[in-house]
Design a protein around this ligand. Structure first.
Ligand code: AMP
Ligand code: GLY
Length: 434
């Protein structure tokens, strides 16, 4: 089968490497991909948001099955356009992608169907929003309604911070039309868990639970980023919590989307907070998480293409999804000063054909470029993700850092405490390594 993957990050590289293991995958194309992905697949310079360009490319190259993962093309209707062209694809259609594309829609869905989430109010006028936070006090969370490259959420510790977030989104329009409306939400506390799931609208299969590390610096300090590393499984997500989530969150969300006439087929991501009052939804994503995918897919035993085809065809119940009984840790190597301004084009050392020569870990490329002479250089904020497996979380973390230590480029930045919070969880038998 000829496959097409849309996107250019570490997540897409992890998907490509998982699909490559399928005996059915004869050729994998990626639009636009990156320097490292180009060492594993055929990349071409069509933007992920260029719906017409992607459909034309898929037709010209006889693509049998497509995988659409970034939020923008999904919300723009890439899967609908591919379907119109007769090309089956993994990913939700435009109407189902609204579960991520509009926070107002997602919050309304949870309220209507009694799915546990933070209490909230919606505002389409800055004056009323400002008045509300002054009356309500802090901490409080301000979220732009639409997609904002992960920057639309501000956890405000003070009323002044909340006011600034409202002005930034609604008055200065820092995220364009995405900030025309904001959701102001109750502040929740507890361990966070990312549960990615496969669903075809009738069956929902949660994947191994993961933990992201969103802040730039150790100890969860510094600005929010796209994610500086991840571990799986997440030890805070016990069997008991999993059963409660299935009953109160996962099944009700799948049914709610069906009842709204927006059946969801693809990867539905639940960002959960395990509060003292039980698990609550912090956010839905209509796609695989990044960098969670880089720890979840290496633990998948079943053929990913079999699962994706079954999801797209509405026969997920026929597939048995199995996992390795191991742990995984991904350490992200970022450009210095990311998520602020950073330099590009710096040569990366330690890799041969984009991977570590010893094969002790997998390297997923996020922001890399391959020069004509074969040199691999940095080309983004997050440059690489290094994923290692282990028989315990402790072993996986140790191996990932060991492997990451063999890769370098000028001004490289990484967190030194990926996995520390997970290792400090009850039952892990270890103190945090900070
Ligand atoms: P999001 O972009 O929705 O994933 O939000 C980014 C991060 O903000 C989340 O991972 C949480 O750490 C934090 N966050 C979002 N909503 C809340 C909330 N209601 N209470 C506390 N923290 C939150
Ligand atoms: N890791 C969080 C996300 O993909 O949105």
């Amino acid at each position: 089968m000829k496959l097409l993957v849309i996107g250019s990050g570490g997540r897409e590289h992890a998907i490509v490497r998982a699909l490559k293991k399928s005996p059915k995958a004869s050729e994998i194309h990626v639009l636009p991909g990156n320097g490292g992905i180009a060492l594993d697949a055929i990349c071409a310079g069509v933007r992920a948001t260029d719906i017409g360009g992607v459909v034309d490319y898929a037709r010209e190259h006889g693509i049998d099955f497509a995988v659409v993962t970034p939020d923008d093309p999904l919300c723009l209707g890439m899967v609908d356009a591919l379907a119109d062209a007769g090309i089956p694809a993994f990913g939700p259609d435009r109407r189902a992608a609204a579960i991520e594309g509009s926070k107002v829609f997602a919050k309304g869905l949870m309220k209507k169907y009694g799915i546990p989430t933070a209490a909230y109010e919606v505002f389409d006028e800055a004056g009323a929003a400002l008045e509300y936070v002054r009356a309500k006090g802090a901490p409080v969370v301000v979220k732009a309604d639409g997609l904002a490259l992960g920057k639309g959420v501000v956890v405000a510790r003070t009323v002044a911070e909340a006011e600034e977030a409202i002005r930034n989104a609604m008055v200065n329009r820092a995220f364009g039309e995405s900030g025309a409306r904001v959701v102001i939400e109750e502040y929740l506390e507890g361990p966070e868990v990312s549960v990615l799931s496969f669903t075809d609208g009738s069956t929902i299969v949660p994947m191994v639970p993961a933990m992201d590390h969103k802040r730039a610096l150790d100890g969860d300090q510094g600005p929010n980023t796209g994610g500086m590393g991840a571990v799986a499984p997440n030890p805070y997500y016990t069997g008991e919590v999993a059963a409660e989530c299935m009953e109160k969150i996962f099944m009700p969300t799948m049914r709610a989307m069906n009842a709204e006439g927006r059946p969801f087929r693809g990867c539905l991501y639940f960002g959960l907070m395990l509060t003292k009052d039980g698990p609550k939804v912090i956010e839905y994503n209509c796609r695989f998480g990044d960098p969670e995918t880089q720890v979840v897919l290496p633990l998948l035993r079943t053929d990913l293409l079999d699962i994706m085809e079954a999801v797209a065809a509405g026969r997920l119940s026929e597939v048995r999804v199995e996992w390795l009984d191991k742990s995984a840790c991904c350490v992200v190597l970022a450009s210095g000063d990311y998520p602020g301004h950073y330099e590009k084009g710096l040569p990366i050392s330690g890799l041969v054909d984009g991977q570590l020569p010893g094969g002790e870990a997998e390297v997923f490329h996020a922001g890399t470029k391959l020069l004509d002479d074969g040199t691999l250089v940095t080309d983004g904020g997050r440059v690489l993700g290094v994923t290692a497996l282990g028989n315990s979380l402790h072993e996986a973390v140790h191996r990932a850092y060991d492997a990451a230590g063999r890769i370098s480029f000028d001004n490289m930045h990484r967190r030194e405490d990926i996995g520390a919070r997970a290792l400090a969880a009850p039952g892990q038998g270890r103190q945090a390594c900070q």
